[in-house]
Design a protein around this ligand. Sequence first.
Ligand code: TRP
Ligand code: SF4
Length: 332
Amino acid sequence: MQRIVSGMRSTGRLHLGHYLGVIQNWVNLQNDNDCYFFVADWHALTTKYDNTKDLRQDVIDVVIDWLASGINPEKSTIYVQSLIPEIAELNIYLSMITPQNWVERDPTLKDMAKILRNKESANSQISYGLMGYPVLMSADIMMLNATAVPVGVDQVAHIEITRDIVRRFNNLYKTDFFNEPKPLLNHCSLICGLDGNKMSKSYDNDIKISDSEEVTAKRIMSAITDRSRIRRDDLGHPDQCEVAFKYWQIFGDETQVDIVKSECEKGTRGCADCKRQLGALVNERFKEIRERRRYYEAHLNEVHDVIREGSEKTRAEARKVLTEVRNIIGMY
Ligand code: TRP
Ligand code: SF4
């Protein structure tokens, strides 16, 4: 049994990349582990501090998508980062012991910095808070003394910094209090966006968990196929079908994939028909999840209760860790 902590930034409604890459993994882990999942609204502020009008709604939307996807509040604890002020205090202690070049080396942060610099807006500088991104993440994880952190591949570099910070804390204060958390990766293949790039809301190439069946079907019709194919009876190349065939491999079973492959190669399967079938398959897969989503949208008080109860439970846990940390460091 592991003590598991993981989070997602409050980016609003989630897409299938979040579901397949992370949430599904969480759903499986919650059955035999002690799981804590939180919405990282402070982390959202590291880049979106100048546009906060949707922040509250974004937090709620993320939690609704989790509940709809099968995160069960009877098994997992769901909370909101900013409701746990203990994390901010732990963040201060960790920021004191973290060498500046550890955060400067963080590859994900370097990419973010590059994107911000290219924006050239008045506030395109990198804030002090953004530089602290991996330290704050470490505070999230260490706040509950996690042993494992299930994340997408893009977050692994951050977790490596957390492990370094844990070792440094334990060495400096001659303790073995903090566990070295290990990243848990999902083995499912990464789903790309409809245009073949990384699936992302900002590229407008995503399918949302919350999209209707009509929208999903329509969006899938725009997925890229084998670009060399023009007419229905042109011989197709599934391995060059950049998006649609990859989706078949993710959502279809072996027999379905075999049929698509052979019909495509023989030129007896048109891309439009192929994507119509694919849309139906994806809609079938998300049917139950979407029904649950509608339930929670209509019962928002239940969502707020889950957040409030989960945050209270987490705070109680966090206070224990913080008392220990203050003692170990020797605070007044
Ligand atoms: N950085 C993560 C993301 O962008 C969110 C996150 C914040 C997180 N703190 C964390 C993930 C701690 C795992 C553990 O989605
Ligand atoms: Fe891709 Fe299907 Fe078209 Fe073949 S028939 S190229 S698998 S969309």
